[in-house]
Design a binder for this molecule. Structure first.
Ligand code: TRP
Ligand code: SF4
Length: 349
């Protein structure tokens, strides 16, 4: 299929690539996103696209590192997630969106980096043991799972990204990426930097817990989807847990013990927050009353997402096209890097 760039995408290619530092980040395709994803990562991506040359990709191979036996929903999950990126305000004229598995160059770099990467580097990555512990039902004694931080290193280095916006949990992966780049340059660079070391752009997250105060997650059933129906948003927040010590309306509460307060910290202004603190600690307000401004704020935040998502869902070809153009744009860079890498390693015969 011939790829035609729109005017806006063309000028972006020519100018932003020259003037703006490159940012790269990825997400596993978990399907439709929840508001925790938005406040934890996506909001930051939307902001970054204005000052950086942004590359955001669907890390579908990464999903297979843990869920290799469970690929039935993969395609739907990929597109549901991309729709939510666009719904959140990622603009295809500003950011390049693509799918990892469409770029075999990532696998080639992964293979070449694997040759010189000590096993111990991978075994000591904190997420390795953490994830095995947090997914006890899965057999993660696989080669792919151990190697996944190195695949991530390839994802990053192949674009020579200057910055990688990630949450705290992913920071060790950027660290190992830096070590891998340093080692590559040392082994094959002959004094030149073939693969530049990226910097971590630690996302300042407004921590939004789930409805029960635990980490928000679809599998725990404590989430609010970005595109949740308004009536569902209302029902979910109304049923949300509050300070367990505030059993009766007349009991005084403590916002610090209440997940609703964490929502106020994200969604409410100083006046509303003061109203909550005073009302809660003096039993001046009831919990349902306290939840009202949170419900209203979520509904207000959702309105433009729902509107954008609707127009993309009405035209799914448009979403595929955005990803198609983004993938070809990414491929141009990935291919150039691989030429440098092969030349450095003497693989040019
Ligand atoms: N490992 C990341 C996660 O699980 C996703 C990811 C894959 C990524 N490759 C990346 C993030 C490269 C940043 C850069 O969330
Ligand atoms: Fe939580 Fe608000 Fe109820 Fe206090 S009044 S316990 S902050 S919901």
């Amino acid at each position: 299929m011939a790829i035609r760039f729109t005017g806006a995408q063309c000028s972006r290619l020519q100018f932003s690539a020259m003037t703006k530092p490159r940012v790269l980040s990825g997400m596993r395709p978990t399907g439709a996103l929840h508001i925790g994803h938005y406040h934890g990562a996506l909001k930051n991506w939307v902001r970054l696209q204005h000052e950086h040359d942004c590359y955001f990709f669907v890390a579908d191979w990464h999903a297979l590192t843990t869920h290799y036996d469970d690929h039935a929903d993969l395609e739907r999950n990929v597109y549901d997630m991309v729709v939510d990126w666009l719904a959140a305000g990622i603009e295809p004229e500003r950011a390049t969106l693509f799918i990892q598995s469409r770029l075999p160059e990532h696998a080639e770099l992964f293979t070449l980096l694997a040759m010189g990467t000590p096993l111990s580097w991978l075994e000591r990555v904190p997420t390795y043991k953490d994830q095995i512990r947090s997914l006890p039902g899965r057999d993660l004694a696989t080669y792919g799972f151990l190697g996944y931080p190195l695949l991530q290193a390839a994802d990053i280095l192949i674009y020579k990204a200057a910055f990688v916006p990630v949450g705290e949990d992913q920071a060790p992966h950027v660290e190992i990426t830096r070590e891998v780049a340093r080692r590559f340059n040392h082994l094959y660079g002959r004094g030149a930097t073939v693969l530049p070391e990226p910097a971590t752009l630690l996302t300042e997250t407004s921590r939004l817990p789930g409805l029960d105060g635990q980490k928000m997650s679809k599998s725990l059933g404590n989430d609010i989807a970005m595109r949740e129906e308004p009536a569902e948003v209302e029902r979910k927040v109304c049923r949300m847990q509050t300070d367990p010590q505030r059993v009766r309306r007349s009991d005084k509460g403590d916002p610090q013990r209440c997940p609703v307060w964490q929502f106020h910290r994200v969604y409410s202004d100083a006046d509303t927050q003061a109203w909550v603190t005073t009302g809660c600690t003096t039993a001046g307000i009831g919990c349902l009353e306290c939840k009202r401004p949170v419900i209203d704020a979520i509904l207000k935040e959702q309105a433009p997402w729902r509107e954008r998502a609707e127009s993309y869902l009405a035209n799914s070809k448009q979403v595929q096209w955005i990803v198609e153009v983004g993938t070809e744009q990414a491929r141009g860079i990935a291919r150039r890097t691989m030429r440098d890498v092969r030349a450095a390693m003497g693989l040019v015969y």
